[in-house]
Design a protein around this ligand. Structure first.
Ligand SMILES: [Zn+2]
Ligand SMILES: [Zn+2]
Length: 182
């Protein structure tokens, strides 16, 4: 599996490294990191809401794809929405194999916590890319987060049911690393 990490925003080096490394070892993948200097098109921003339109950002990020068969995972330090929701932590489009995580609402003065939150949202959105739906196990990373409290409660790992679904979908997973044990 090939993963392209797309970065837009100021992130400390170790955060990017850890996210890349944990994705790679979890899915036996190879990755490339692309840092975007360019800004999104103006119509991706809603002045009225003072937020970005998540779907438009997703379309924008698609144009940076390097390889047709890779999965794209974007980290964007923006606040984003989809119609009908006040905000979203992320968005995934399995058809185009691209997912975005919006870190604006994940910030904390606790660096470790901030990193942990990003990791959870990355594994959540990546799970959607690999065909997983929301899970009712609240500790499973695929459980839906309504608020940052839900994010903090869940782990970054997949429950056994979700692992089975991944394997049935033909995904090469490093089970030992990513299965929720408790
Ligand atoms: Zn979700
Ligand atoms: Zn699950």
């Amino acid at each position: 599996m090939k993963i392209e990490l797309i970065i837009k925003g100021e992130y400390e080096e170790d955060i990017i490294k850890e996210i890349a490394q944990s994705l790679l070892s979890s899915f036996n993948a190879e990755s490339r990191i692309t840092v975007l200097d360019e800004d999104p098109p103006r119509d991706a921003y809603s002045v009225r809401r003072a937020q970005y339109n998540a779907s438009r950002l997703l379309t924008w990020v698609l144009k940076y794809r390097l390889s047709v068969d890779s999965y794209m995972l974007g980290l964007l330090d923006y606040d984003a929405f989809v119609e009908g929701l006040n905000f979203v932590f992320g968005i995934a489009n399995p058809f185009y194999k691209v997912a975005l995580v919006f870190t604006y609402r994940l910030h904390s003065t606790d660096r470790g916590l901030y990193k942990e939150r990003i990791k959870k949202e990355v594994f959540h959105e990546f799970g959607h890319l690999l065909g997983l739906r929301h899970c009712d196990n609240r500790r499973c990373v695929m459980s839906f987060s309504n608020s940052i409290f839900d994010t903090d409660y869940k782990s970054w790992r997949y429950c056994e049911k979700c692992i089975v679904a991944l394997k049935q979908g033909g995904i090469d997973v490093n089970e030992d690393a990513i299965t929720l044990k408790d």
